[in-house]
Design a binder for this molecule. Structure first.
Ligand code: P1T
Length: 401
């Protein structure tokens, strides 16, 4: 057990992030930093006789370097990269056929909800959203045609925790159902769903994995040969591949993933505890707080928590809007997981595409503020939050929703 009560990380993660796939001996020049290969095509010695690369969509040396490193961090046999997180989701959901049923956790990124509802369901896949805080809820909706269960944990934006091992245990009875976990909020540094029984782990690499808010990319990892073969076929057939330069950037960013995550963890918990003491804050949601309803589960299944937290501000849209506009160190923007702190209002930003009824049932109200705590000095962040909460407190009561 780690000092904070979460699972203790085995040594080796940072070393693998720095060295796996990066061996200088692979390149004629013995370069220590893997090169950025932009060539879209590769010379063949004779028709259909090549040295592993034919055409940039089906494989690229810089992408291979990144995919190898990612597979190692996830302790997965395989990893594939995509042009965005939603690109990875598009590819994974293309494993399904008309008439299949997908069960999705009730609280997911707004874009994932929109893709499933407005694209995947329209192609004839049946869709159910369900709250899996109690894993046995699954048994009430699962059907013979359920071919995929998709969850985020912690969920975006409410940070609910689902028990990956308990869900996968139930799914043992349904061997044709693929269990996918979107692990974007935690990264393999803090949670490894494959070791808990998931079939596929999916990422928006745009977030913590790249961590510098300058690349849009996604990934899928699996240790199942059949799933990898099909996903690799789809990645190429559907053309959802990332640019080599973006792969180069993410590969570089992985070198500092472990230390970045440690600092995100530390700063976000300090801020969450501080927010709990503020009179303008109704409730703080952070898996590292003992007040989080699944704090014990988080400690049982994760190696730590990231920089993500959410809180309900006292009042409504007028107060949350004033708070967000008043921030000076935090930037009011969508996305998360970068070195810079971000704040947003999910109801009208990242989750605006979720139908209002579903948002209200979940509790994604105009008072719910989401923070991605970055790597600035934590005291500067607290002072910024303090002055913005103060500004929000001055908004007249009558301006409440
Ligand atoms: O933006 P993209 O790389 O396509 O990834 C989509 C995605 C998938 N899964 C999770 C858990 C996500 O949070 C996201 C993107 N989310 C945001 C942009 C956001 O601000 O929540």
């Amino acid at each position: 057990m780690a000092e904070n009560g979460f699972l203790k990380q085995a040594p080796g993660f940072a070393t693998r992030a720095i060295h796996v796939g990066q061996e200088p001996e692979r390149w004629n020049s013995y370069c220590v930093v893997p090169p950025l290969v932009t060539s879209t095509t590769f010379k063949q010695e004779a028709p259909a006789k090549h040295r592993g690369f034919e055409y940039g969509r089906s494989g690229n040396p810089t992408r291979n370097v990144l995919e190898e490193c990612l597979a190692s961090l996830e302790e997965a046999k395989y990893s594939l990269c995509f042009s965005s997180g939603l690109g990875a989701t598009t590819c994974i959901s293309s494993l399904l056929s008309r008439g299949d049923h997908i069960i999705c956790g009730d609280d997911v990124y707004g874009g994932t909800n929109r893709l499933f509802r407005n694209v995947v369901a329209r192609m004839g896949v049946e869709l159910s959203f369900i709250d899996l805080q109690d894993a046995t809820n699954l048994t009430q909706v699962i059907k013979p045609n359920t071919k995929m269960v998709w969850i985020e944990t912690p969920t975006n934006p409410l940070l609910k925790i689902f028990d990956i091992a308990a869900i996968s245990k139930i799914l043992k009875e349904y061997p044709d159902t693929i269990f996918v976990v979107d692990n974007t909020f935690l990264t393999p540094y803090f949670q490894r769903p494959l070791e808990l029984g998931a079939d596929i782990v999916m990422y928006s690499l745009t977030k913590y994995m790249n961590g510098h808010s300058d690349v849009i990319m996604g990934a899928a990892m699996t240790s199942r040969d059949d799933l990898h073969e099909r996903l690799r076929f789809l990645q190429n057939a559907m053309g959802i591949v990332p640019a080599p330069f973006d792969c180069y950037q993410v590969n570089r960013s992985l070198k500092t993933l472990a230390i970045r995550m440690q600092q995100h963890q530390k700063s976000s918990l300090l801020i969450a505890k501080w927010l709990e003491s503020q009179s303008m804050v109704d409730k703080v949601i952070h898996p590292g707080l003992s007040s989080h309803p699944q704090h014990d589960l988080a400690k049982k299944q994760c190696y730590g928590h990231s920089g993500m937290l959410a809180f309900f501000i006292k009042g409504g849209a007028a107060q949350s809007s004033e708070f967000l506009k008043s921030l000076k160190v935090f930037t009011l923007a969508e996305s998360l997981g970068g070195y810079e702190s971000l704040a947003e209002l999910p109801s009208v930003m990242t989750h605006a595409s979720v139908p209002e009824k579903q948002r209200m049932e979940l509790g994604i109200t105009d008072s719910l503020v989401r923070l991605s705590v970055g790597l600035e000095d934590v005291q500067d962040l607290i002072e910024d939050l303090l002055q913005a909460l103060d500004a929000a407190s001055k908004v007249s009561e009558t301006k409440k929703n």
